[in-house]
Design a protein around this ligand. Structure first.
Ligand code: 6PG
Length: 242
């Protein structure tokens, strides 16, 4: 596990953007699963601002680790957020953007999206689709993608994409499962803010009871796991800023 701790969100965004672009080096094609929520916004802004004309975006194929079951025009849509902060500012072919159809029936869409991943991506043992990179956020409750603590059994579902339900809002979500996450060639956590510090400590330092948090199950077979944190999110870790 590689812990990268930077002073603030801006610096995390800058460093993560460089890391992402480095990942693309010497790759003819690159399949990435994006995280949703609010944390990626500043990262996408910096990525677009600094690298829009320095990357051959035609080789990058975008997917999502999870989506809220809302239309793509809804403010809750991860796709909408990504269009506003990234895709509207870079030259990426439309066919490279593989959004989860949040407006569709969640069960059918989970099956459709799993099928798409199984067709588009290389498949490794047990036929699990393999991303080059999965980007993950983490909730204050220790959830990741849309696998919530009270539904942690979804992590080991046989279905590569599952339907989840937000514990507070009841909002339906479509999410990749834990096997797809842990089969990725590389997994990167992008987590900032004081509110995450308690769960970052629990998950990174494997404190007692941390196995109840889906984020603690992130353990890619490749061994390639990196955390991008700001000092606020890392504030409970006994780690020195890098
Ligand atoms: C989503 C996510 C989810 C997110 C965390 C953190 O669609 O909500 O993918 O896993 O990464 O909830 O969200 P914030 O970045 O908004 O804190």
């Amino acid at each position: 596990m590689d812990l990268k701790i930077y002073k603030d969100k801006q610096e995390v965004a800058k460093q993560f953007s460089s890391y992402f672009v480095d990942q693309l080096k010497d790759k003819d094609v690159f399949h990435v699963a994006l995280s949703g929520g609010s944390t990626p916004k500043i990262v996408f802004d910096v990525l677009a601002e600094k690298f829009s004309d320095k990357v051959d975006w035609s080789k990058v194929h975008f997917y999502w680790g999870d989506e809220r079951c809302v239309p793509p025009t809804d403010d809750d849509s991860n796709y909408k957020m990504t269009v506003e902060h990234l895709f509207s500012k870079i030259e990426v072919p439309k066919e490279n953007i593989n959004r989860i159809l949040g407006e569709k029936n969640p069960v059918n869409e989970a099956m459709r999206y799993a099928n798409l991943l199984e067709i588009d991506l290389d498949r490794v043992e047990e036929g699990i689709p393999q991303f080059d990179l999965v980007i993950l956020g983490m909730g204050d409750d220790g959830h990741t993608a849309s696998i919530f603590p009270y539904e942690i059994e979804l992590w080991n579902s046989e279905d590569h994409c599952v339907v989840a339900t937000h514990p507070d809002s009841g909002q339906k979500r479509v999410s990749i499962n834990g096997k797809v996450i842990n089969t990725a060639k590389e997994v990167a956590f992008l987590v900032t803010g004081e509110s995450k510090a308690e769960k970052v400590e629990a998950v990174v330092e494997k404190t007692e009871g941390s196995e109840a948090y889906p984020a603690s199950l992130v353990n890619p077979t490749s061994g390639n796991l990196v955390w991008f944190l700001d000092e606020a999110a890392a504030s409970k870790l006994n780690q020195n800023p890098s």
